[in-house]
Structures are given as structure tokens and as C-alpha cells.
Write a protein that binds this ligand. Sequence first.
Ligand code: HEM
Length: 341
Amino acid sequence: MTAGYRERFTAAIGPWVNNNHPLPTGLPADVTAFLQQSNKLPSWVDVSQLRRAADFNRRKDTYLFMLYGLGSGIMSTVIPREARSVYWSKGGADMKDRAAKTFTFGYDLSQLNAFEPNGQFIVTANKTRMVHAAVRHLLPQLPQWKSGATETIPISNGDILVTFHSLGTFVHSKLKEWKIPMSTADENAFLHSWQVAISLLGVKDEYIPKTWADAHAQSAQVLSPILLPTTEGKALAEVLLGLVSQVDLGVTRGFLNEFTRYVLGDTVANWLGLPRDLASAAIIKVGWPAYILFREGLLPLMPANFYLFDQFIRAVAMAFLNGGPSTQTTPIQIPDINRPA
Ligand code: HEM
């Protein structure tokens, strides 16, 4: 891609933000033709379920931040194909920016109007698709990526399903495990929003799980068996955890390591070489379930350490969202190079 072309492309997609904005002009004809068919909701969408999902995301945002950030985010570093492609792509060298952009996806998805004309999610998903397409073009040119690759072109439909399970399916299983109150309608709506999201990312209908039972079965088949540490993944995990521990809200790195271990289990934590902090582990084991009960109105007295967990959640949000959920989202740009040396 020449410099002039790249600048024209970036300028063309910049103002294209809301779902009801016209498609950008000045793009190559084949890109415009592609967007004309991709920039819309799938025919099977159920708008009332999407509205419920957005409301659910709002009601449960505390847990979702923690689970997407420290659960899915760190899990992505032990999904070898994902870790390697993120590490060797442009954004891998600036994980703060990249984490914020990836959170933009979740943030746009959880807005009440995400799929409405004045919402942004359909455009965000299409821009993400363009980023993935650029990565498919760029990474195979890089010797460092090619040398360890188990595929010739990255980010297949299968890979996207794996990532969905590390996000939606994983979060669903943890919400159940933590006994977060949810109605069946909420659970179904949460699944539906993910079904629409991965459809907008290009996953074909026949691969998209129809129920949570299907999703968990597919996850056991395609995600659990492939988790493994890589050099690249370990480096990314260190950067991501470093971002949270840099936020100075009194949360120690030991506490962060132990919370990550609590969420992802010993195998993953040991792969990533997270040192033990048994005092923090003890606080989390007792304190986090009590925090949940109190938040959900199921415990009359505020538990000890309530503020510690509250600060911790703020630190995670600040690290991954460029200052917290109320700030402007970070615009997604199409990468033009691989990881700079
Ligand atoms: C970029 C979301 C699956 C690799 C992005 C971006 C988003 C995103 C929002 C744009 C952020 C940015 O510009 O950095 C998702 C979601 C997925 C998914 C929601 C599935 C549900 C995957 C998979 C892989 C992957 C399966 C690899 C195996 C990448 C890479 C970038 C990217 C390498 C570009 C990083 C850069 O250089 O800036 N993704 N993604 N993604 N994604 Fe994905």
C-alpha cells in the first residue's frame, strides 16, 4: 500500500462512524461493493433481543469488565494463533492502544442503541473486518510470523469462533459459576448479541452456535484443547498485566496476578509464570463472592474489602479503556504494516 493510498483510505473511513452514516466514498470499487452487502444486520436478527442484551450488558458491566479484561484478554495470550498474530501485527507493539481499540468493540456492542441507526456497532464490526483483512494480507509476508505459523492465512472463520468462545462463552460460564442472577431471557439475549456480532465479523451462519449448550459444546471442542503458552503470548500477557498494575489505585501486582489466577485457573497462570501471593489469594477467595452478593443485594452488610474490589475494577477499566467507560471510544484504523522492529 503506498503512503498516499493509505492516507486517502484512512481519511475516507474516518467520518464513517454511525450505523446510519452513508458508506465512505473514494474507496476502491471492490471494497465498496463488499461493504454494500456486509454493512447490514443479518436477516435473522431479533432487535428486541439485542435491546435486552444491551440492557443486560449495562446491568452486569462490573463483572463483564473483569471477565472480558482479565479473563478473555489474558486467555487470548494462550490461544497460540491469536497470540502470535496479535504480537507480530502492528498493534502488538502498542498494547495499550490495541487493548483500548478492542474494548471499543465491546463498548459499542454494549450501548443501548448499538444496532440502531444512530448506534455504531455495525460500522465498528465492519472496520474490524477490514482490519482482519489487512492482517490476513500483511502477516504472511513476515518471516517471524511464518516460521511458527500453523496456517498460511491467519484469522479464519474457525479462529474467530475460538475467540468468540474465549469471550462470550467463557464469560457466560463464569457468570453461571459466580451465581450472578440472570434470567433465561437475559442469557439468550446475551448469546444473540454475540451471534450477531460474529456474523458481522464474517462467520458463516452454519458455524454459529444456536444455543448456549451448543456454544459450550463447541468451545470444549475447539477452544479448550488448543490452549498453550507461546513466547509471544507470554510477552503480551506481561504487557497487559503491566498496564493494569501501572494504574495507581492501590492494587498490588500480587493481587492482580492472583485475581487472574482465580479467573483463569492454575494451569494458565502457571504457563504465564504468575508468581503466587497467598495473602491476596485468600482475600479474593472469600472477598469476591461476598462482593458479588453485596452488589446483588443478597448480603445486608457491606463486606470487608468491598472498596478494594471496587478500586480494582476501576483500575481494570482505566487500564483497558483509556480512562474509563465514559470517555470517547478509540477509533479503529486499518494497519498498514506488521509489528515495527
Ligand atoms: C484487530 C476484535 C478475532 C487478530 C481487531 C480489532 C478488533 C478485533 C475490535 C481492531 C482493534 C485494533 O485496531 O487493534 C475481534 C473480535 C474477534 C476477533 C471481536 C472474535 C470474536 C480475531 C482472531 C484473531 C485476531 C481470531 C487472530 C487469530 C487480530 C489482529 C488485529 C485485530 C492481529 C490487528 C491488530 C493491529 O495490528 O492493530 N480485532 N477480533 N482477531 N485482530 Fe481481532
